[in-house]
Design a protein around this ligand. Structure first.
Ligand code: SAH
Ligand code: SF4
Ligand code: F3S
Length: 433
């Protein structure tokens, strides 16, 4: 028997899919790269915006036709599965199972049997279900995801995640550190500690927080770079900044989603900080680590966002000069408190604001990237360019994409790259002699 997993969404979902693949492998089912050739197809879904949800429905349409030609067992898992539960089965009767993010540990029990009965498992439990990582099939053999917490208690007014991932729960620190050691033994060079709100991490037994976790992970030999994502500005404490500065391996890089540069919008978003408080944290971080690379998420067109409030978002981009941003048009999501208000900013205005925002950010990135020309920087090589066999691709400490020429195969190695040119989204260079 063979399986195929299609993954939408964030790093948490990618990490979950790697574990689901491992669980299936341990049940004797082999991975396949082709949905047409396999017996089990799993779609790991994302509900955060309308777009990935719509993509799921068009994929389900194609699977319905495949199902008519071939006997294939189809499962929907992840955030949309959790959100709509049995309603997904009512609309798509060909689906065989629906499993929410808190129930993947049940997969080896249900899938190999392929019962006639439909299987739905979307309950939440307060305890962390430790999933064995012995057989996890990771996409990369160089950089590995490690989940440290699940869920979110913040209820930002636009966000569906608290309804799909449940309340916060934390993984035991000894299990996290064992997985870091396991990856180090397997030759991994980088780890990314994951959670919706990693700053609120507390070891369930000892209460050790993320700053202590970072310091303990820093002591593990073999790993060169440690990253953690996602940080909520409200919970980002000075202790975390100090841990980043004082450790050797924790990268001077932080994704700190601001969402808007306007205090009034932030208040309506229920973010728990003002523009000034956010800027103060950035100043503190830059005082601690002048070389820190910062990225963020922005939503444009939140209900009631005025032109003036949008201008404040543009001005925060000019002030902070992020290395990179992820920007989205607001879309109302089920169950969220913002969805009860009118989606008042027109599609045209959202579109125009997004274009303006991205154009400004592109200009900032061109200026930042230009300043790298002539420098020699450390790059972790993650793979090869598909177009040119002599061009390799990796990331620097600031998490920027760096493409570079090398005569030797350096995949999986940290190398020094001499930067010779740049674009808005990547740097280009050659191995330094
Ligand atoms: N836990 C993370 C991110 C969660 S979702 C955090 O707190 O930052 C990733 C990003 O999607 C968010 O940061 C936000 O910018 C965007 N997003 C979430 N809900 C959205 C919505 N309803 N419309 C548009 N963008 C949204
Ligand atoms: Fe969503 Fe806010 Fe929680 Fe992030 S912190 S997952 S944006 S509710
Ligand atoms: Fe999407 Fe769920 Fe991640 S909604 S962004 S896959 S937490």
């Amino acid at each position: 028997m063979k399986f195929y997993i299609h993954t939408f969404g964030c790093q948490m979902n990618k990490c979950d899919s790697e574990h689901i693949a491992g669980l299936l492998l341990s049940a004797g089912i082999q991975p396949s790269n082709s949905p047409k050739e396999c017996d089990i197809i799993i779609i790991n879904t994302c509900a955060v915006r309308k777009k990935p949800e719509e993509k799921l429905y068009s994929l389900l349409g194609r699977l319905d036709s495949l199902r008519k030609k071939k006997n294939v067992f189809i499962g929907v898992v992840g955030c949309v599965a959790q959100l709509y539960r049995s309603k997904l089965l009512d609309k798509n009767p060909f689906i065989d199972f629906v499993i929410g993010p808190d129930n993947y540990w049940q997969i080896p029990r249900i899938i190999p049997t392929q019962d006639e009965e439909k299987f739905i498992s979307t309950s939440w439990s307060r305890d962390w279900h430790e999933i064995s990582y012995a057989q996890t099939i990771r996409e990369s053999r160089i950089s590995g995801y490690i989940s440290i917490m699940e869920g979110c208690n913040n209820f930002c007014s636009y966000c569906v995640v608290p309804f799909t991932r449940g309340r916060e729960k934390f993984r035991a620190i000894e299990n996290i550190l064992s997985e870091v050691k396991d990856l180090a033994n397997k030759g991994y060079k980088e780890i990314q500690l994951l959670g919706q709100n990693v700053n609120s991490y507390r070891d369930p037994k000892t209460g050790k927080d993320i700053s202590i976790l970072l310091k303990e992970a820093d002591l593990i030999d073999g790993i060169e770079w440690i990253r953690f994502i996602t940080s909520h500005p409200k919970n980002f404490t000075i202790d975390i900044g100090i841990a980043m500065k004082e450790t050797k391996k924790v990268c001077h890089q932080l994704h700190l989603p601001v969402q808007s540069g306007s205090t009034s919008v932030l208040e309506r978003m229920n973010r728990g900080y003002t523009r000034e408080e956010y800027l103060k944290k950035i100043e503190t971080l830059r005082n601690l680590m002048p070389d820190i690379s910062l990225s963020t998420d922005i939503i444009v067109g939140f209900p009631g966002e005025t032109e003036h409030e949008f201008q404040e978002t543009l001005s925060i981009l000019k002030k902070v000069r992020f290395t990179n941003i992820f920007s989205f048009r607001y879309s109302p999501r089920p169950l969220t408190s913002a969805s009860k208000n009118k989606d008042s900013v027109s599609f045209e205005d959202k579109k125009r604001r997004l274009i303006e925002l991205q154009a400004l950010q592109k200009k900032i990135q061109m200026e930042t990237n230009k300043s790298f020309v002539g420098r020699i920087i450390k790059v972790l090589c993650l793979g090869k360019s598909k177009r040119d066999p002599h061009v390799y691709s990796g990331r620097n400490e600031g998490y920027q994409v760096v493409n570079f020429k090398s005569k030797n195969d350096v995949i999986g190695q940290s190398v020094n790259v001499h930067i010779t040119s740049y674009g808005p989204y990547s740097l280009f260079g050659q191995i330094a002699q």
